[in-house]
Design a protein. Structure first.
Length: 627
């Protein structure tokens, strides 16, 4: 949930730290801080609650000087977002400074042990215990009369990683760590278990980061740390240590890292920009994957043969949040086009369950970041049990992408706004391609495949048409922005879109919203209906439209406002609705993509009307790397 940057080199690290934290602010924006260490062993820590702009002002006023530094942007897990709880945290003797992403589950017992040794704690965080623990072992190492090893510049490369490993052996939980040592001002140590950490290899400088995008313009040579690895780094060198294997040699990857497009491109918010980027995101998701000659889809990274896929009798998808909703869309698509049973499980539940599964079950872990802690853990658990595990994600080189047996990248591009929009659209598009591919391996004939490809080729244009509803949706948002509860209702393929629409409204406007299968309305939720609770119906032309209209009538009979998303040319539905958004007709398996567009716009405009921070909603972070 937090962002980490680190630098060891020959220039002042401040510019890299601040620019890196700005790129990582979507990972956490409760508070932020940096620590800079110079050759005179002066460790200067500057931190503050709030956004990077607040920190940057303090940094410019204090003008820290040095050649080694670490930075952090926080999403609070332990303790309020205050200056005191912000990272970096220093040790009781000022000898160690630490930034941390993850959760230390046994921090309270470590805290109690260290308090018994006379160490005082100043914060409510779990991270402070790490700084104290490392400093304690460092001090104990120096104070041991018999067999003491005095740590010097000559042996620091061996002894400091040993001290850090000793401290890490006491921790239960997850961590991405960057550690500075006051008495060794040219050294930076990083460590990883469960939270992303990347070494950037430069010339006369080396970098540490939780996201490779921060390295753009600095280096394109990286090493992605694996769990239980520690990196010892200076300006001119680095060494990797593994808990069980000792010093390890890892090959350097060369990535095509372009500076992320972080400008708003003339839009008021990143979210609105990303909503309008969806036609191109869908084109990118499909580019090179439609095989017209064979009337199927093709993927370069699945790493599984058609013969092996023919033995699959069940697909299990695991995800969280928006990705879970996209997986539900995939369930409908794959079951219709490929006739393979699909189950969708919350990753946070699957990781602790022991569901009875056939040996010929294929897992797909679905995620935007590829670092979602629950999804990573679920994938690892299923792999441990011997199941083939695939991924659908957006970030190349992420933990899930590396650990899966194969997978499909979304190519949606960077998504700066915390609320996912184009990721959902791209995931649903990739699911449709996968359904086509699996269907052509089984019962879909050539003509069926050609028809599905024709529908997919129309998709970007259909999304562009849906985006033309923006002004009409804005007027509806202004009408209902004061309401404190919304219901989202749909049937079949569009039921997941109703869930996603409700989630978007909750995320960025802080309005209570629930998504339901429309037929379930009368089994309880209808008790919520009143004149101040709008019901949003996704009601395209389909074989269940008459049933959906009956549900609308139930709402109207009880005085509830109805907002209807309908197909162009539909005359019956608008007669029942108080407000109508007409959308182009689309194949049923693509309707969730088209109908989700005005729901995204509705959430956006309502949030703007209510004065909410659209791109940085309270309590949320983009990449959920803690449990």
């Amino acid at each position: 949930m937090c962002g980490i940057v680190g630098y060891a080199g020959k220039r002042n690290p401040v510019d890299f730290l601040i620019s890196g934290l700005r790129l990582l602010e979507y990972r956490g924006y409760d508070s932020a801080g940096i620590a800079v260490l110079n050759s005179e062993k002066n460790l200067q820590i500057i931190k503050s609650p709030g956004r990077i702009d607040v920190l940057e002002k303090l940094v410019r006023e204090n003008k820290p000087q040095g050649y080694t530094g670490i930075g952090h942007t926080r999403w609070a897990t332990h303790g309020l977002p205050t200056a005191e709880n912000a990272h970096p945290h220093s040790s009781f003797d000022g000898a160690v400074a630490v930034v941390h992403n993850g959760v230390i589950e046994n921090y309270q017992s470590i805290r109690a042990t260290l308090k018994n040794k006379g160490i005082e704690f100043k914060t409510q965080t779990d991270t402070e215990s790490i700084a104290h623990l490392i400093a304690y072992y460092l001090q104990e190492n120096r104070n041991t009369a018999e067999g003491a090893v005095r740590i010097t510049a000559e042996n620091a490369a061996e002894e400091l990683p040993r001290i850090v490993r000793l401290a890490l052996s006491q921790l239960h939980g997850t961590y991405g760590l960057a550690v500075l040592f006051r008495d060794f001002p040219d050294i930076l140590i990083g460590a990883k278990l469960g939270s992303p950490l990347i070494l950037g290899c430069g010339k006369g400088e080396n970098f540490l980061t939780s996201d490779s995008s921060t390295l753009a313009g600095n280096t394109d040579r990286i090493i992605t740390l694996s769990d239980h690895e520690i990196v010892y780094m200076t300006a001119d060198d680095y060494t990797l240590h593994h808990r069980d294997e000792g010093v390890v040699n890892r090959s350097v990857e060369v990535l095509d890292i372009n500076s992320p497009q972080i400008d708003k491109g003339g839009f008021a918010h990143y979210m609105l920009k990303e909503i309008f980027e969806q036609p191109e995101a869908v084109r990118n998701a499909m580019r090179g994957r439609l095989d017209y000659d064979s009337a199927t889809a093709k993927f370069g990274g699945l790493n599984i043969t058609p013969q092996q896929l023919l033995t699959v009798q069940r697909i299990l998808m695991t995800a969280c949040g928006t990705s879970w909703h996209a997986s539900l869309v995939g369930e409908y698509q794959i079951e219709m086009l490929a006739r393979i049973p699909v189950e969708v499980e919350y990753a946070s539940e699957l990781r602790y369950r022991n569901p009875p599964l056939d040996y010929n079950t294929l897992l797909f872990a679905v995620t935007q970041s590829g670092e979602t802690a629950d999804t990573v853990a679920a994938l690892r658990e299923m792999k441990r049990r011997g199941y083939t595990a695939m991924s659908i994600c957006n970030v190349i080189g992420s933990s899930i992408a590396r650990e899966a047996s194969g997978g499909i990248y979304l190519h949606a591009g960077p998504e700066v706004s915390v609320a996912s929009t184009k990721t959902f659209t791209s995931q649903c598009t990739v699911m449709a391609l996968l359904a086509l591919y699996l269907g052509r391996l089984r019962h879909l004939n050539f003509e069926n495949g050609r028809q599905i490809i024709a529908e997919l080729e129309r998709l970007p244009q259909l999304i562009e048409a849906a985006l033309q509803t923006n002004e009409a949706v804005k007027k509806i948002a202004q009408k209902y922005a004061a309401c404190e509860s919304f219901l989202f209702l749909a049937r079949q393929f569009n039921f997941p879109a109703a869930l996603e629409g409700a989630l978007k409204l909750k995320e960025i406007s802080y309005i209570h919203a629930e998504g339901y299968a429309a037929g379930e309305m009368k089994h309880g939720p209808i008790a919520l209906i009143d004149k101040n609770t709008p019901s949003i119906f996704i009601a395209p032309k389909s074989y269940v439209l008459d049933k959906t209209i009956s549900n609308m009538q139930e709402i109207k009979a009880r005085g509830g406002p109805v907002i209807a998303l309908t197909s162009e040319g539909d005359r019956e539905t608008p007669e029942l609705a108080d407000d109508v958004i007409a959308l182009p007709e689309a194949a049923d398996f693509l309707q969730p993509i088209i109908y989700n567009i005005p729901l995204q716009l509705l959430a956006y405009h309502i949030a703007v009307e209510r004065g909410c921070d659209v791109d940085r909603p309270r309590n949320l972070a983009k990449s959920v790397t803690v449990e």
